[in-house]
Design a protein around this ligand. Structure first.
Ligand code: PHB
Length: 398
């Protein structure tokens, strides 16, 4: 009878042969580089996921599906809401089973935070298309971000609104990473400019009824409100409620990050959002040839006008970065080398000139002060009224 040890050795040898065979198959298949994109493709935030997809497809339509001789295959995975456990499981599955070389997407901060611990062992970079909390970048050296942070969009806004004569504010933010970052950045910027925040309100992530919040804002007696909520149903609900409860008519000014005035919501908000001043990195109406080409391709991908907003530009630029990584590594899986290759990378985005900060791996960009207004065709837009160029992320500075 064959003893167990010999049997074990034979099995081991068989496994090696098998692994050798797989290695060959792996080498032959290495001409296709897989990119896993995680985003909300269904549920209440589905339009945001659709914008990820439109950005990716616009990039592929303009640049082709082959990068430096390697075919690029996109694998989309649906993560409808902030759900760290599901985010982790999806990323794990993409890395281990689908063998993606790159991860991209991720709308919500808690999901990004759940994925970053997997990157090193998986040898996979993550290019964030949206999630906007500053601290995500410190959770792994293999993260690069092409979106924005709320500290980055809020800091110039805080100064600009005080300069425009508003002094006394209340803040209202969703009580998680990007909201807390925005609250802190706004307070800091306002106080540095000689203004004052008299009350800070934090709203649970699942808040859908905003009239009690509006009552607190009214009671605070401030001239201005600064708000951040994650773009989608919460932002639409908040701006509508601000209008419906009479705060707007009562003369209180609403300031916000551009998350609250994404272009896809403007037709539904109409006059309710009219005159709102926001700070943000991207307006669909941005006046440049690069943006006009992007908007044409992305609108085609999303299936028509009116649905496009900022997650599409994060995805489009994210694809640009991933393509540079693929070229720099010759299509081979080497996460560290890939990330190293894009540190300091600068290009013209549809939003304006941008650069990956080599220290933080976050995107340095122009932040615009914008006002919700009608264009000459009668469409609601975020009209850019002032620019703050070369803004890095101030969110990690203590
Ligand atoms: C985030 O969770 O980081 C987030 C989500 C939606 C936004 C902005 C930030 O509009």
């Amino acid at each position: 009878m064959m003893n167990r040890r010999i049997f074990g050795r034979l099995m081991q040898a068989g496994a090696l042969v098998l692994a050798g065979g797989l290695g060959l198959a792996g080498a032959a298949a290495a001409d296709t580089v897989k990119v896993g994109i995680i985003g909300p493709f269904s549920g209440p935030f589905a339009l945001q996921g659709k914008n990820f997809q439109a950005g990716v497809e616009a990039w592929l339509a303009q640049n082709g599906k082959s990068v430096a001789g390697h075919d690029v295959e996109i694998v989309y995975r649906d993560l409808p809401a902030a759900n760290p456990q599901q985010a982790r499981a999806l990323a794990q599955e993409l890395i281990v089973r689908d063998k993606v070389q790159y991860l991209g997407g991720v709308y919500f901060t808690p999901d990004a935070m759940a994925i970053t611990p997997l990157l090193k062992q998986g040898n996979v970079p993550l290019v964030i298309f949206n999630a906007a909390t500053s601290a995500i970048m410190t959770s792994s050296p293999l993260v690069v971000r092409t979106s924005f942070t709320t500290a980055q969009t809020t800091t110039p806004l805080g100064k600009a609104v005080v300069d425009r004569g508003v002094r006394k504010f209340v803040t209202a933010v969703t009580d998680y990473g990007p909201g807390v970052d925005a609250e802190i950045a706004f307070k800091k910027a306002v106080e540095a400019a000689g203004g004052q925040v008299v009350e800070t309100i934090r709203m649970p992530l699942n808040t859908t009824e905003f009239s009690p919040i509006m009552q607190r804002i009214r009671d605070a007696g401030a001239q201005g409100v600064f708000a951040f909520l994650p773009s989608g149903p919460p932002t639409l609900g908040f701006v509508k409620s601000f209008n419906d409860t009479g705060l707007k008519q009562g003369g209180v000014k609403l300031f916000a990050t551009g998350d609250l005035t994404q272009e896809s919501d403007l037709p539904a908000l109409g006059e309710a959002a009219s005159g709102m001043i926001t700070g943000f990195h991207y307006a669909v109406s941005h006046d440049s040839d690069a943006n006009r080409r992007f908007v044409a391709a992305a609108e085609k991908a999303i299936g028509g006008p009116g649905q496009l907003s900022f997650p599409a530009v994060g995805a489009y630029d994210g694809m640009y970065v991933i393509a540079k990584m693929i070229a720099a590594t010759g299509g081979k899986q080497d996460a560290e080398k890939a990330v190293e290759a894009v540190k300091g990378l600068a290009w013209e985005s549809p939003r304006g000139p941008v650069r990956i900060d080599p220290e933080t791996r976050h995107i340095t960009q122009t932040i615009y002060l914008r006002e919700v207004a009608k264009d000459d065709k009668g469409h609601w837009i975020n009209k850019e009224i002032q620019s703050f160029p070369e803004q890095a992320d101030p969110g990690l500075a203590k």
